[in-house]
Design a protein around this ligand. Structure first.
Ligand SMILES: [Zn+2]
Length: 301
């Protein structure tokens, strides 16, 4: 978008939400955004209620197209989209005023995104997304959002689902480990399955939830390392049973020399679980932080 148009929109109280500029021109609501694959074109869209004289508005768009002011326009349900060509001699708000004059001529109205109401409209946003809603739909949205925020969070269920997920994910670690290798993909499998399990149990993505997932990832990692060690033992001592192995575990934990011989493997294991899981954890952490700060706001334009 040309700098002068950014300035022009700002001066007319348009608000920037993600890649969109949303605002009001003489009581009509517009969304302006860059056309991604074009240097000097903008996509202008607005909600337009059914109107018996709509063809007159389209005739106007046809004339704009003939005069090379727009390259195309389309109607999808109630949303009209226009591809506007930015020009040196015209500001985007001037262009929008021309459309508004035409809309007023045919007694056109904007319409709520959610119902057929054309009165008391406003943009509602959570900071990332936005929607043009009537008063009633807007209040409904605020109420639903608040209820969702207050919803009890079942951390215990989420924790166990995450643990089951992480343990399932650790199977890959055990297979690769028993062949004598480490791979970050196995760490990724553990962390991915942990968060998947947590999500299935409808655990809320909060910072506490992230800590629970990190705990289950560590448990699954320790479990997988222990299982790999058992497999190693079985290779040496053919008649070693699982119970027998569990029984002698405290003995070799106390054996300093034996534990030292394990250190390189433990170090590599920690390195690879970190490489495999840190991105999943940090992405979820960012999402949780965002979700905690989210609130619905009615834009006063
Ligand atoms: Zn509505």
């Amino acid at each position: 978008m040309k700098d002068k148009n950014v300035k022009n929109l700002e001066e007319n109280s348009f608000k920037n939400i993600w890649i969109d500029w949303i605002g009001k021109v003489q009581g009509f609501y517009f969304d302006v955004q860059d056309k991604q694959d074009s240097e000097d074109e903008l996509i202008i869209s607005f909600n337009f209620a059914q109107n018996s004289q709509r063809s007159r508005l389209f005739e106007y768009f046809d004339s704009l197209q003939q005069n090379d002011k727009i390259s195309e326009y389309s109607l999808n349900q109630n949303v009209i989209s226009i591809i506007y060509k930015e020009k040196e001699e015209e500001n985007v708000i001037e262009f929008l005023k021309g459309i508004v004059t035409k809309i007023i001529e045919i007694d056109g109205k904007c319409i709520c995104n959610n119902c057929d109401c054309t009165e008391n409209l406003a943009y509602y946003t959570n900071g990332n997304k936005f929607s043009l809603l009537c008063n009633k739909c807007g209040e409904d949205l605020e109420r639903r959002f608040e209820l969702d925020q207050q919803k009890e969070n079942n951390y215990i269920k989420g924790f166990f689902a995450s643990l089951i997920g992480a343990l399932i994910g650790s199977i890959l670690w055990i297979i690769i480990g028993s062949l004598g290798f480490f791979a970050s993909i196995a760490g990724l499998a553990i962390s991915f399955c942990a968060f998947k399990g947590y999500d299935i149990a409808k655990g809320k993505l909060t910072r506490t939830g992230i800590i629970l997932n990190v705990i289950t990832i560590i448990i699954a990692f320790l479990f997988a390392q222990y299982a790999v060690l058992y497999i190693e033992f079985m290779k040496e001592f053919k008649d070693m049973t699982l119970l027998g192995f569990i029984f002698i575990t405290p003995i070799f934990l106390k054996d300093l020399e034996f534990m030292q011989s394990l250190l390189p493997n433990i170090g590599l294991g920690i390195l690879f679980i970190f490489l495999g899981s840190h991105r999943t954890i940090s992405n979820n952490y960012k999402a949780a932080k965002n979700a905690e700060n989210l609130h619905i706001e009615k834009l006063d334009l």
